[in-house]
Ligand binder design. Structure first.
Ligand SMILES: Nc1ncnc2c1ncn2[C@@H]1O[C@H](COP(=O)(O)OP(=O)(O)OP(=O)(O)O)[C@@H](O)[C@H]1O
Length: 293
């Protein structure tokens, strides 16, 4: 299912939670939605899941407005951190419910995941630990096999080995049952390998949307003696700088040419790739937002 956001804006009283956000998402890809606290990720995902309507702009899923559109919305699943404190039902009741309302729900897969996450099927969910409740959420999301499956930080309660099971399943599910998967997260460094494309929200604006491959190949860190690094990077688009004594590391946007790489080597400069986490931190640091040298 193709998702389009066209100039979407959302306000809470006087606060602009989203401003003119536009993008297109395709089926069969895993998208990483990243942004600092309060950047607007949950607001955007709740619009995609039709929990609210945008103040301005349009969201379409397969060309249709998803709001109160049962046919479209039965194919979209939003998984978020849920408060289960009043949930006295066992896991099996959640599976029964999903089986009734989720057209692609695979119960056998859900039971298999529950076993791997060590979730007792007959125990009331309010008695689960926070991590177990998160594992139930991701189980319902994965097994929903919804053509659009959105996880809004739904895994934050899970410990590292449990998150690894989830990540592995995301990869395997994309090859078994390709769909649009959107993962919002703060765990950028451990999840970056899952993303085909990355969207970075900052203060409600989409400041970057590109493939993971492009992001990594179109940026670099140049490290070496401060004066030489400064001369080498003059005229380049710099988005981050660190200095320790006489050694400077400058992060630049844009792919270096063969000549530039050869020059860097001649000058004893080290050229390495930027991680997504690095890129994210640097471009969302106020003082670095795309400063041109
Ligand atoms: N119901 C609401 N009423 C008023 N303001 C809201 C509401 N929901 C969100 N906001 C504000 O909108 C902005 C975006 O919030 P949102 O929850 O979308 O951010 P987020 O990127 O998901 O943040 P986090 O990573 O901390 O979960 C924040 O400034 C938040 O305070």
């Amino acid at each position: 299912m193709k998702i389009c956001a066209d100039n979407v804006s959302m306000q809470f009283k006087t606060h602009n939670a989203l401003t003119n956000v536009s993008f297109q998402l395709e089926s069969g890809k895993t998208y990483g939605l990243i942004g600092r606290n309060g950047a607007g990720k949950t607001t955007l995902l709740s619009l995609l899941a039709s929990c609210r309507i945008p103040d301005e702009g349009l969201i379409t899923i397969d060309g249709q407005d998803p709001f109160e559109n049962t046919k479209v919305m039965s194919r979209v699943a939003l998984v978020f951190e849920t408060d289960y404190s009043d949930s006295h039902e066992p896991v099996t009741d959640y599976f029964d419910f999903a089986e009734r309302y989720r057209p692609y729900f695979d119960r056998a897969y859900a039971e298999d995941l529950a076993a791997r996450f060590k979730l007792p099927l007959d125990r009331p969910v309010h008695k689960f630990s926070k991590g177990m409740q998160s594992a139930l959420n991701v189980t319902l999301g994965l097994a929903s096999r919804s053509p659009v499956t959105i996880f809004d930080e739904a895994y934050s309660g899970m410990d590292a080995p449990t998150r690894e099971i989830f990540y592995k399943e995301v990869v395997e599910e994309q090859s078994r049952h390709p769909r649009t998967i959107i993962l919002s997260t703060h765990l950028v460094s451990e999840m970056d390998y899952l993303f085909d494309e990355v969207l970075i929200l900052h203060h409600g604006r989409l400041i970057l949307h590109d493939s993971q491959e492009n992001l990594v190949s179109k940026s670099a860190v140049i490290t070496g003696s401060a004066g030489i690094v400064d001369r080498f990077t003059t005229g380049m688009k710099v988005f981050g700088t660190e200095q320790l004594g006489g050694t400077k590391a400058v992060k630049v946007m844009g792919q270096l040419t063969h000549d530039q790489l050869a020059q860097a080597e001649d000058h004893g400069l080290d050229v390495s790739s930027v991680t997504l986490q690095d890129l994210f931190i640097s471009i969302t640091e106020e003082e670095n937002v795309h400063a041109e040298r």
